[in-house]
Design a protein around this ligand. Structure first.
Ligand code: SAH
Length: 216
């Protein structure tokens, strides 16, 4: 018998997201729509709705659904927004973002992942996602400024270029901390006077952001 992914997805949204306090309707709708199993390698599809991160290619991971939901909720994305994601990985978070925002730009440093994610997202019909192979610690100047920036890898500090490429009133969500250890999710808001406001959320564990303005 095949796995009833539809049922598992509904359950994941209820048990892992709603029951833990995620209540942003746009975020919940996105999680109800995007089929996480599509973003996992064949041998891991059965864990698509398990409550944790899973291995994808190149030793990288697709994040735990709940943590992605916390990050998306914290960004307070609106339908007309243009969003930048650093760390495309499987493309799952990019697909969720594309369900909510108008335009999504996502950067990945590992070619194999960038190519796979771009093909998959195209196959799934997303026309509002652009994938680029490159170093996201430097942002993506071409389409800046962004209303929201989601950093899907852990950094030692918030890279300055990301702050520069953020709209006034916009937010960055980023795990900041030690490499291969625990980090803390930070929400950075760029205020109208140009100053930065920072708030801290949960403790998390992400793969490292490797780049010119991060770990080498
Ligand atoms: N959002 C992804 C999870 C990504 S895991 C998903 O939904 O599947 C973090 C990813 O960040 C990895 O694929 C890693 O290769 C990538 N990464 C690390 N440093 C990077 C950098 N400087 N620029 C772009 N991507 C980077």
């Amino acid at each position: 018998m095949g796995i009833d992914f539809e049922q598992l997805r509904k359950q994941m949204v209820e048990e892992q997201l709603v029951k833990r306090g995620i209540d942003d309707e746009l975020v919940l709708e996105a999680f109800k729509k995007v089929k996480r199993e599509k973003f996992l390698p064949e041998n891991n599809k059965k864990y698509a709705y398990a409550d944790g991160a899973q291995l994808i290619a190149a030793g990288q991971t697709i994040s735990q659904p709940y943590i992605v939901a916390v990050m998306l909720e914290a960004l307070e994305i609106e339908k007309t927004d243009s969003v930048l994601e650093i760390g495309t990985g499987s493309g799952y978070a990019a697909a969720l973002l594309a369900e909510i925002a108008a335009e999504v730009y996502t950067i990945e440093r590992i070619e194999e992942l960038a190519v796979q994610a771009e093909e998959l997202l195209k196959k799934l019909g997303y026309q509002n996602i652009k994938v680029k192979l490159g170093d996201g610690s430097l942002g993506w100047e071409e389409f800046a400024p962004y209303d929201s920036i989601l950093v899907s890898a852990a950094a030692p500090y918030v890279p300055q270029k990301l702050i520069d490429q953020l709209s006034v009133g916009g937010k960055i969500v980023i795990p900041v901390g030690e490499r291969n250890k625990v980090q803390r999710l930070k929400v950075i808001t760029k205020k109208f006077n140009g100053k930065i406001k920072a708030k801290e959320l949960e403790y998390v564990r992400f793969v490292p952001l490797i780049g010119k303005d991060s770990w080498r």
